[in-house]
Ligand binder design. Sequence first.
Ligand SMILES: NC(=O)c1ccc[n+]([C@@H]2O[C@H](COP(=O)([O-])OP(=O)(O)OC[C@H]3O[C@@H](n4cnc5c(N)ncnc54)[C@H](O)[C@@H]3O)[C@@H](O)[C@H]2O)c1
Length: 316
Amino acid sequence: MARVLVTGAQGCIGSWVVKQLLEHGHEVVIYDLDMHPVRIAKITAPALVSKLKIVGGQIEDTAAVKAVVKDEEITHIVHLAAVLMPFCQAQPVMGGLIDVIGTLNVFEAARDAGRSVRIVYASSSAVWGPEHAYDAKKLGEDDPLKPATHYGVFKQANEGNARAFHAVNGISSIGLRPWAVYGFGRDLGLTADPTLAMRAVVYGEPFQIRLSGFMDMQYVEDVAATFVGSLFAPSDGAQVFNLAGHVTSMEGLIEMIDRVRPGAARLLTNHGPQVPVAYQMDDSQLMTHVPGLPKTSLEIGIRKTIEMFEKERGKV
Ligand SMILES: NC(=O)c1ccc[n+]([C@@H]2O[C@H](COP(=O)([O-])OP(=O)(O)OC[C@H]3O[C@@H](n4cnc5c(N)ncnc54)[C@H](O)[C@@H]3O)[C@@H](O)[C@H]2O)c1
């Protein structure tokens, strides 16, 4: 069994990654600013949660990240700790420290661990520019990156640093580029609004999705399975893969939520900008490299999310 460090484990994707790793019998050490596994405990059996080793710390703290990887005898890392697009736009210096220096710390810690350490890290589809910057076709990994936000530029830098760590130090890694992750536990970031809208429906509250246009919606359990599957897939190099889910307009999303819970559309509106990230992705390279990854339909993903909010609210 692997001994896996999950950074940013208390977040939306991280909590589902931790649940799946524990269920597969791996030993899990989590490293996060937040010491309280609130999200993890909501979705994971208590007997498994009690097996977690929790280490609190900042990802930008080089010595602390190196110490945890070395002292905890880590063999695999899922690196998710980051601040998201709105934070990076508002505070680029702090965003760069956390997202870029933090990622360098993870790779340096792997380099200096004294054993082979495999890394899967969260890049982002924000490495792409806005949809209008490209021809109308699905983007493959070899198409040019034109990020329009600090966050996207930071993620592009991380992909480049991963390549350099492989070239110089032979560290194998896979970078994954999710688009808009949705599901129970998603409450932060620009693209959290679809999930917040599902929650609002359960609580009978009106909600305006602060975006318009199109998003590629990716169900959180599928995204977590992609991180876990990539961690144990063959890898020799610094690979980067697109993820693709289900592209929908915000109006289409509201209609789908209404199909799952009739009447929901009366509570939901949308108004705001298009996320400045191209949304037509080709993920065939990932599907070939890691066969058997799940792709939950949008309707079923919404249904599962709403059912979890209903359980939390005590309606079922
Ligand atoms: N959610 C999405 O739609 C999406 C899309 C593309 C990429 N990603 C990437 O996936 C990763 C996880 O995203 P998420 O949605 O789960 O984010 P999240 O905001 O839910 O979780 C981030 C976690 O990182 C921790 N963290 C933040 N700053 C830290 C610091 N300085 N030191 C240590 N820990 C810190 C937070 O406490 C939190 O537990 C991120 O790298 C993000 O950029 C997410």
